[in-house]
Design a protein around this ligand. Sequence first.
Ligand SMILES: Nc1nc2c(ncn2[C@@H]2O[C@H](COP(=O)(O)OP(=O)(O)OP(=O)(O)O)[C@@H](O)[C@H]2O)c(=O)[nH]1
Ligand SMILES: [Mg+2]
Ligand SMILES: [Zn+2]
Length: 314
Amino acid sequence: MHRGRNSRAGPPVSATATGGTGIVLASYGRGALVQTAESALHCGLVGRKLRLVCGDRVQWQQAKAADAASVESVAARRNVIERIDARGRAEPVAANIDRLAIVIAPQPLPDWYLVDRYWAGALIKDIDTVLIVNKLDLGLGSIEPELETYARLRLPCLRIACHDGAGLDAMGRQLQGAVTLFVGQSGVGKSSIVNALAPHAAAQTAELTRDAEGRHTTTTARWYRFGPDAAPLAESAIIDAPGVRDFAPPAHIVRAAQRGFVEIHAVSEHCRFNDCRHFDEPGCRVREEVDAQRISARRYESYRRLARLYEGLA
Ligand SMILES: Nc1nc2c(ncn2[C@@H]2O[C@H](COP(=O)(O)OP(=O)(O)OP(=O)(O)O)[C@@H](O)[C@H]2O)c(=O)[nH]1
Ligand SMILES: [Mg+2]
Ligand SMILES: [Zn+2]
């Protein structure tokens, strides 16, 4: 039967406003990709002041199906992981995370100072940390002794190989029920791990995208849910972050640095001075422990570099 223009078959779906809560999968400029209960939706932002980061919980609105959706507001963040950009300013990477996974590999060789900075940043923010050693198939080689340093400091460590699947099931089980942010040097295999855990993710790895120098490009943090009950707004998620070298917790007090080093924090109350920075003050217990080789000289050097960096930023 022919339907006239003024057919009363009920309002088309497009006339109804929709909206709800969502999770920011990725943030770009003045917009964001938001996971809603139904789909991943590209949204603009309402208001000039709104700044979003991967992992934000937001309220979104869409007046009609044909209209652009927009993010109206963002919920208070439980935490936010930041890096320091070239100008020394804090730049958010991801918010509302439960765990930081620091990925290293025998190739490229680890920058241990970077590992220490990541771990310190998480400790200062009370975020659980796990060290993930990828590319086991290449053998551990020269990195084994430093792994023992972290084992003694009780930093949990998982050993895996994306290429042959070693340790992946166990890692997947450990990461269930929480939001984990993957960080680490470029080329260690963060995107490869994300793809192994969440095959639908199709995160870009060195093989799939190549930049002008023939390399890959993970350029912005991206949230992926994973696991057997991967409901749209489920809490099991992994965030693939770009391999940035200059990540640091931008704490604005120098003394925050020592909280980030468990072994330094543990003995600092025995220093002669309350406000000891453990540089060259007399009666410094931390220095004594380093001299006696009970604190790793390399870790102590990381502490000094980080503390100096904070002093420079303060
Ligand atoms: N031998 C070996 N190579 C691996 C393994 N996992 C990943 N790779 C390789 O390591 C290279 C880098 O992997 P990506 O996943 O792109 O590294 P990424 O950490 O995401 O790098 P950025 O995005 O630049 O930060 C690729 O060529 C991968 O194939 C592994 O278990 N063993
Ligand atoms: Mg990547
Ligand atoms: Zn001291």
